[in-house]
Design a binder for this molecule. Structure first.
Ligand SMILES: [Ca+2]
Ligand SMILES: [Ca+2]
Length: 400
């Protein structure tokens, strides 16, 4: 059977003869409220030909002109007729032809959908009319969905979903209106379909020192973390200790002192007034000489390679290696430099060409039997998509 994730979208086809005279439907309806500000649905009220903006699932559909005052909004609705494969499980529906809610939606984004719906065939009365918010991945596979439902009568009724919160980053979110269960010959009419979105706070955590040395105290701020809808950020919780407990402060900024060399991830969980919640993070590398990573891109793509457990060490055989864990496959190149003794600047020791490196635990040989001195290694990480990143780390080879 066809699952919702693999729905075949059929182009709208004008029904040659509307279901005229099937029954005396169309009781007068109170006019709907105006569409909510920010309704994301194109052609939500079917005042123009729906074929460009809507597609059918096991159905055909057409614009339905209505008498003055009969349509909840304007002078037309849409008539959706069950096709031969409409059944009791998925019924039949009219779907937005493009994902109204977006094709790269952040996790934690809230959606509410609504529609006005009535039976348009005698045998549809008493069955369920539904409006859905649906989240799918980029391949179209279903992640989650949520419906509001009403028992169909001959009069338009408004049906609204509960608040749906998107589960994964990068999803596509759409809206559709269906009737379940269904048999061929069923029909419903719908009008004023709305989908509104409330995204969680987004932005960049600021750091008072992006290249801290051991012993530095760094202030992290949320001034650049704002709500996309323009509302206030209602709550904040910081995790500067890396415990995941978000128990390190609730103010606009926090401070942390770094007493050891290492890679630290600072997290900020923030919510808007409606409860849409995001977790943003910032990686800080603390070194002995203040060398550190390139700053995170402001508003850039989500995909960015990151390193964890980034260490440089020298074995007894005096092989100097860098060990780290990569969160994504990258093309990697390195440059090793040694500080000039008694002079400013560094001198290149060796460089590697670009190689493909898989995600996971990695170990790189930087050099063998390096002479004593102060070094730095620069890693340039280029993910398949997203922003390249440069990470620089200093280390010291002591005289034996
Ligand atoms: Ca309308
Ligand atoms: Ca918001």
């Amino acid at each position: 059977m066809t699952t919702p994730s693999s729905r075949t979208r059929t182009r709208a086809r004008r029904v040659a003869t509307p279901l005229a005279g099937l029954l005396a439907l169309g009781a007068a309806t109170a006019l709907a409220e105006p569409p909510p500000a920010g309704n994301l649905v194109a052609n939500p009220s079917f005042e123009r030909d729906p074929s460009a903006d809507w597609s059918g699932f096991r159905s055909t559909f057409s614009q339905l002109p209505l008498a003055p005052g009969e349509a909840p909004d304007g002078s037309s609705a849409v008539q959706v007729v069950a096709g031969p494969t409409a059944d009791g499980l998925e019924g039949y529906s009219i779907d937005d032809a493009v994902s109204s809610g977006g094709t790269s939606v952040p996790a934690g984004t809230q959606f509410v959908a609504s529609a006005w719906i009535r039976a348009q065939s005698a045998q549809s009365i008493g069955k369920l009319g539904k409006v859905w918010v649906r989240e799918r991945n980029a391949d179209g596979d279903l992640i989650a969905r949520l419906e509001g439902e009403v028992v169909l009568t001959g009069a338009f009724q408004q049906v609204t979903t509960p608040v749906f919160t998107s589960q994964r980053a990068g999803s596509q979110v759409d809206v559709y209106v269906s009737q379940i269960p269904a048999l061929p010959g069923d029909a419903f009419a719908a009008d004023l379909v709305t989908l509104s979105r409330n995204a969680p706070p987004a932005g960049v955590i600021s750091a008072s020192d992006t290249s801290p040395k051991v012993g530095a105290t760094v202030t992290f701020g949320s001034a650049q973390v704002t709500d996309p809808e323009g509302g206030a950020v209602a709550s904040r919780a910081w995790d500067t200790a890396g415990t995941g407990a978000f128990a390190d402060g609730t103010g606009p900024s926090v401070t942390r002192r770094f007493d050891r060399v290492g890679t630290y991830v600072i997290r900020l969980r923030s919510s808007d007034a409606a409860g849409a919640t995001s977790v943003l993070s910032r990686t800080i590398i603390v070194s002995t000489d203040g060398l550190t990573e390139s700053p995170p891109p402001s508003g850039g793509p989500a995909v960015r390679p990151s390193l964890a457990r980034w260490k440089v060490g020298t074995s007894r055989a005096r092989v100097t290696t860098a060990r780290f864990r990569l969160n994504t496959a990258v093309r990697l190149s390195t440059v090793l430099e040694r500080k000039r003794v008694g002079r400013a600047g560094y001198q290149r020791v060796r460089a590697t060409k670009i190689t493909r490196v898989a995600a996971g635990n990695r170990r790189l040989t930087l050099g063998r039997k390096l002479t004593a001195g102060r070094y730095r290694v620069r890693l340039v990480l280029r993910p398949a998509s997203g922003t390249p990143r440069t990470v620089v780390k200093g280390f010291v080879i002591r005289a034996r």
